[in-house]
Design a protein around this ligand. Structure first.
Ligand code: SF4
Length: 95
């Protein structure tokens, strides 16, 4: 079964366990808490995963983003970076 998900074009959170070479290598990430598009999958850890997956957005709980339909992200790809002291989807656009 193939599941199409928006991909993570880049992530600047190099301290995250899933990050290497400014890419996110989790299988899928979850974004948002209903209000703020933080990355729920961020994990500040001393070691990094060895996977070569390019992560996709599995779920996004920020319903007021213009790319969000029925709590799923419809953007082709997103970027993740630092916001308010944590990791967040920087492709978020209120709408
Ligand atoms: S672009 Fe919008 S819908 Fe997609 S992950 Fe970011 S906040 Fe969620």
């Amino acid at each position: 079964m193939t599941v199409e998900m928006p991909s993570i074009r880049s992530c600047s959170m190099t301290e995250c366990a899933y990050n290497h070479d400014h890419g996110c290598h989790a299988r899928a990430i979850t974004i948002g808490d209903g209000i703020h598009p933080g990355c729920d999958t961020f994990f500040n850890c001393g070691s990094h995963c060895g996977s070569n997956h390019t992560a996709g957005v599995g779920a996004c709980k920020v319903a007021n983003c213009k790319y969000n339909t029925d709590l799923e992200c419809q953007a082709g790809e997103i970027m993740v970076g630092s916001d308010r002291g944590g990791a967040a989807c920087t492709t978020f656009m209120a709408g």
